[in-house]
Design a protein around this ligand. Structure first.
Ligand SMILES: [Zn+2]
Length: 494
C-alpha cells in the first residue's frame, strides 16, 4: 500500500498483506478457445432478441457511488455514461457472498434454494432450474463470460454451464485475479465474434481487497475533504483498520509493523471504486460501439457491499447490515420508454434473471421468486415493495474468529420489509431496525414493537418452509484446487 507520502511517486498501490497480484498476458492464449467456440454450430438465431450485457462489480456498495448520493468523486465517468439508465435505489443481494450471490443472479434462485451458502461450494449438477446462460444459449444466443477472480472459477463453481466461452483466471493459471482493464481487453475481441445476439457476463474484482490501484487514483481520493464527513457521519473517526478485521488480516498488518487507519483504507476502497467505474464506462463505450450495443439490455450491479468498519467489521458475508447488503442496480432497457426513471421500490439480485429472460422474449417460470422489473415499471405504479429475505454465510462454531465482535455461529436471516429490518440468527437474540429513522442500524427496536416481531418471525418461518434448506451439511471437503485459489485470494486461512 502507498504510504501517506506515497502520492509523490508513480506506480501502483496495494496492501502488502494480501496475495500477490501477477499480471496476465493471456489474450494471445485465448485465440484457440475462441476459435473452437466459434466453430460450434448453434441453433438458428432470432435477430429480434436483444443482446445482453450483465456487468457485476464485486464488493461495490451502492452508497459509495455518486449516482447514489456519495459526496466523493468515485464514479463521474460512469455517471455520465449511465444517464439514460433506470437506477434502482433500493437493491439488495440475497446473500452477501460472491459465489452464492452470482449463482442467484444467474439462476434467479435464492442461495438457500440452491444449497449454495459458501464460496467453496458449487452449483450442484442437479440444481433446480437452468442458468441464464443455458436458457439464452438454447434460444440462439452466443454466451460468454469474462470474470476477474478465481473465486468464480467456472468449472469449480458450476457457473460455467451454458457459456460458450468462460474466461476465468483459474484454475491451473499463475494468477487468480485480473484487473478490470485486463477483463476489458479480453472482452473486446468477443464483441465482434459470431452472429446473432450476445449474452455477456463481465465481472470486475478491483473493488475487493487488496485494492491494487494506481497511486494517482489513491492520492486523488485520499485528498478529498469529504472523506472526513463520511467518517464522522458513520461514527468511525479515529478507528484503526486492525480493529475491524479478523485475526488473519490483523496478523498481516502486524507484520508490516504499523497501524493503518480506517481513513486510509476507506480512501483506498474509494480509489478502487473509481478505477472500476472508469473501466465500466470504458466497457459501455466498447459495447455501444460494437454490433451488440444497439437495442441491447445492459445491467450494472454488484454481488454485495462491504462493511468498511461499520458494526465493527470491514468485509462481507458475516452480518446482515445494509452496508454489506445494498448494491447498485442500473438498467438500460432495449426500449427507450423505460429509461431515466429512478425506482424507489425494493428489488433484489433475484430480479436479474426474470428481467433478462423477459427481455429476451423467454418464458419466466412462476417458480422464480424474482420479478421482471420492466413489467413492474410498465405497470405504471412503479416497482412495488415486497419483503425480501437475505441470508448470511453459515458458520460452524469452530470457525469462530478470535477477537471479532458480533460474530454468530449457525445461520442468520434478515427480513427487509420497507424501512424495517428484522434479523434472526441461530445464536443470539433477534433484532429489529428502522432504517429510515436509523440508517446506521444502531438502535434495536424489538422490545418496543413485539407485535411486529411476531409478524416478521412468522413471515420468515413461512419463507423457510417454502424454500427448504438444500445445503449438504456439514460441509464436505473442499476440492484442493479450489482451496488453493481461495487461499491465494485471502478467503481461507493458510
Ligand atoms: Zn464478491
Amino acid at each position: 500500500m502507498a504510504s501517506a507520502s506515497g502520492c509523490t511517486r508513480s506506480g501502483r498501490t496495494r496492501w502488502a498483506g494480501n496475495p500477490t497480484f501477477v499480471a496476465l498476458g493471456v489474450l494471445s492464449l485465448l485465440v484457440p478457445g475462441l476459435s473452437a467456440a466459434q466453430a460450434g454450430s448453434g441453433p438458428d438465431i432470432s435477430s429480434s432478441r436483444p443482446s445482453i450485457l450483465l456487468l457485476s462489480i464485486d464488493t461495490l456498495r451502492a452508497d459509495h457511488l455518486g449516482l447514489y448520493g456519495y459526496p466523493r468523486p468515485t464514479d463521474p465517468n460512469l455517471a455520465r455514461a449511465t444517464g439514460s439508465f433506470t437506477l434502482f435505489s433500493s437493491a439488495f443481494t440475497p446473500m452477501p457472498l460472491t459465489v452464492p450471490a452470482h449463482a442467484s443472479m444467474l439462476t434467479g434462485l435464492h442461495p438457500r434454494d440452491l444449497g449454495l451458502l459458501n464460496n467453496h461450494q458449487a452449483l450442484a449438477p442437479g440444481h433446480p432450474g437452468a442458468t441464464l446462460a443455458q436458457r439464452l444459449k438454447a434460444a440462439g444466443y452466443r454466451t460468454a463470460a469474462v470474470v476477474g477472480s478465481g473465486v468464480l472459477a467456472g468449472e469449480l463453481t458450476g457457473l460455467r454451464r451454458g457459456f460458450d466461452i468462460y474466461l476465468d483466471p483459474a484454475p491451473g493459471k499463475v494468477a487468480t485475479r485480473r484487473t478490470a482493464a485486463e477483463v476489458n481487453a479480453l472482452v473486446a475481441p468477443l464483441l465482434e465474434m459470431g452472429e446473432g445476439p450476445l449474452f455477456l457476463l463481465v465481472h470486475y474484482y478491483d473493488v475487493h481487497e487488496p485494492y491494487d490501484v494506481p497511486d494517482r487514483l489513491a492520492c486523488l481520493l485520499r485528498a478529498d475533504p469529504a472523506l472526513e464527513d463520511v467518517l464522522l457521519q458513520r461514527r468511525l473517526r479515529g478507528v484503526a483498520y486492525s480493529k475491524v478485521l479478523n485475526r488473519r488480516h490483523t496478523d498481516a498488518l502486524r507484520r508490516q509493523g504499523r497501524e493503518i487507519s480506517l481513513r486510509e483504507m476507506l480512501a483506498l476502497y474509494d480509489a478502487a471504486v473509481r478505477l472500476a467505474t472508469d473501466q465500466a464506462a470504458r466497457l459501455l463505450e466498447m459495447w455501444d460501439a460494437s454490433r451488440a450495443g444497439p437495442g441491447s439490455l445492459v445491467i450494472i450491479t454488484s454481488d454485495h457491499g462491504e462493511g468498511l468498519g461499520q458494526h465493527g467489521y470491514w468485509s462481507h458475508g458475516m452480518n446482515l447490515f445494509d452496508e454489506t447488503l445494498r448494491v447498485p442496480l442500473l438498467v438500460r432497457w432495449p426500449d427507450a420508454p423505460l429509461a431515466s426513471r429512478r425506482q424507489m421500490g425494493q428489488v433484489s439480485l433475484l430480479d436479474v434473471a426474470p428481467t433478462v429472460l423477459a427481455a429476451a422474449g423467454l418464458e419466466v417460470s412462476h417458480d422464480l421468486p424474482g420479478r421482471d422489473l420492466a413489467r413492474e415499471i410498465a405497470s405504471g405504479t412503479g416497482v412495488t415493495r415486497q419483503p425480501l429475505v437475505v441470508q448470511r454465510m453459515r458458520y460452524v462454531p469452530a470457525q469462530r474468529p478470535p477477537g471479532l465482535r458480533n460474530w454468530r455461529a449457525g445461520d442468520g436471516f434478515a427480513v427487509l420489509d420497507g424501512s424495517l429490518k428484522y434479523i434472526e440468527e441461530e445464536e443470539g437474540p433477534p433484532t429489529l431496525y428502522d432504517r429510515a429513522a436509523d440508517p446506521l442500524e444502531r438502535n434495536d427496536l424489538l422490545r418496543r414493537f413485539p407485535g411486529r416481531r411476531a409478524q416478521l418471525h412468522q413471515f420468515l418461518a413461512a419463507w423457510m418452509a417454502r424454500y427448504p434448506d438444500r445445503l449438504i451439511w456439514p460441509p464436505q471437503a473442499v476440492d484442493p484446487e479450489r482451496a488453493r485459489i481461495l487461499r491465494s485470494l485471502g478467503y481461507i486461512d493458510r
